[in-house]
Design a protein around this ligand. Structure first.
Ligand code: ATP
Ligand code: MG
Ligand code: MG
Length: 369
């Protein structure tokens, strides 16, 4: 039986571990801050010995790309069990990620490095008045970003220069993402695109596999295939894109399972968590599968709702985290195979949600038309 260690102890690793357990694999997760090893639902405090840890598993992967460093973690990243070293070196830093996209001639939002404050004026000249400035490392859910115009550049903290990029603000029509997996022999498998709606930089819902534009899907698959191939990547990668009049622009890449792929837990027989694990342990990826249209709604800053657990057409996921405003606490997958099915599921679900989440569902139903 193959064994897998996942760095990270959040919901992505938990869902990956649950899926891997279904496939008969031994999966542990590691809290990189405390050094606690989590097996199933139990947590064991571990006396960290990186070499013993490395020897205990067939493969080591991560649920996040922003990885901390320490003497023992660096030994893990240097070991031959650590999967996808190159991707985890290049992608977590926006400078090296954007440089890679440019090298591979994958269209992305025009950008430049802000090495010092004087570069902001240069960036406006090159990219226009409306800029999105992003820290090169550590950002997620829209954190570490600044909306910059020629009048408010002083908001950028002095200490950040050298670790900032400026991007042209793209007047996109829609945001989409594509998830793809690659096995060690180079075979790739892609899922149909999801349309993603963010508010204040946080993903609120995804509508997947609905009226997919074949030309866009093909463009996305070709771009992601070239990235996966270049990185000799094994496992799953998510690619977020802007849809513009000129076609797709890649926003960012994540070398891991992704929030915009959660719909696959309902809409695909082989979901994104399985697609991460299978190639990593040398098991085959699907050649094809027919996916069902699905709406995924993130549950953010709200209370656990037991009534949602057993509603028709609805699959409720709760991460067991402490409730805090703005925090992702769970998600709901909803049958969207046709607009009637979606409306029916939404009508049974809505009474059990707060006003904000009800509003998002109503918006998603409109988008489905
Ligand atoms: P995630 O949680 O997906 O990792 P993140 O914090 O890494 O998010 P981005 O995905 O880069 O940040 O940006 C968050 C959102 O901000 C995007 O989904 C998009 O809505 C908006 N955004 C980012 N860059 C641009 C841009 N260049 N032009 C227009 N909108 C943008
Ligand atoms: Mg990101
Ligand atoms: Mg993003």
């Amino acid at each position: 039986m193959k064994s897998l260690l996942i760095l990270g102890h959040g919901q992505l690793g938990l869902m990956m571990a649950a899926e891997a357990a279904r496939l008969g694999l031994v999966v542990d997760r590691l809290d990189m801050q405390t050094g606690e090893l989590l097996r199933g639902t139990t947590a064991q405090r571990l006396n960290i010995d990186a070499d013993a840890l490395i020897a205990s598993y067939d493969v080591i992967t991560a649920e996040i790309e922003h990885l901390p460093h320490s003497e023992w973690l660096d030994r893990i990243y240097a070991s031959d069990k650590w999967a996808n070293r190159l991707a985890f070196e290049l992608l977590p830093n926006r400078f090296s990620q954007k440089t890679l996209l440019d090298q591979l001639q994958v269209p992305t939002a025009p950008w430049c490095l802000l090495a010092e404050r004087a570069d902001v004026a240069q960036a406006h000249q090159q990219l226009g008045d409306a800029l999105i400035v992003k820290s090169t490392t550590g950002g997620y859910d829209g954190k570490g970003q600044w909306r910059v115009n020629p009048d408010n550049g002083e908001q950028l903290p002095e200490a950040m220069f050298g670790q900032l990029i400026a991007e042209q603000k793209i007047p996109f029509q829609r945001e989409v993402s594509v998830i793809g997996a690659r096995d060690a022999s180079g075979h790739c498998y892609f899922l149909p695109m999801a349309e993603n709606v963010h508010k204040e930089g946080i993903l609120r819902y995804s509508l997947a596999n609905i009226a997919v534009d074949e030309a866009l899907q093909q463009q996305a698959e070709a771009a992601l295939a070239s990235i996966l191939g270049h990185l000799n990547f094994v496992g799953i990668m998510a690619m977020e894109c802007f849809v513009t009049e000129q076609g797709l622009l890649v926003n960012e890449l994540a070398p891991r399972v992704h929030n915009t792929g959660h719909w696959t837990q309902m809409g695909a027989v082989t979901n994104q968590f399985a697609m991460q694990v299978l190639p990593l342990v040398g098991l085959p990826l699907p050649q094809s599968q027919s996916c069902r249209a699905t709406l995924m709604l993130n549950l953010i800053g709200c209370e656990f709702s037991p009534a949602c657990i057993s509603l028709p057409g609805v699959s409720y996921h709760w991460y067991g985290k402490e409730v805090r405003p703005g925090r992702k606490l769970g998600h709901i997958n909803i049958d969207a195979t046709c607009s009637a099915a979606l409306k029916k599921a939404v009508s049974v679900l809505s009474p059990h949600l707060d006003e904000e989440h009800r509003g998002l569902l109503a918006e998603a139903v409109e988008l489905h038309r």
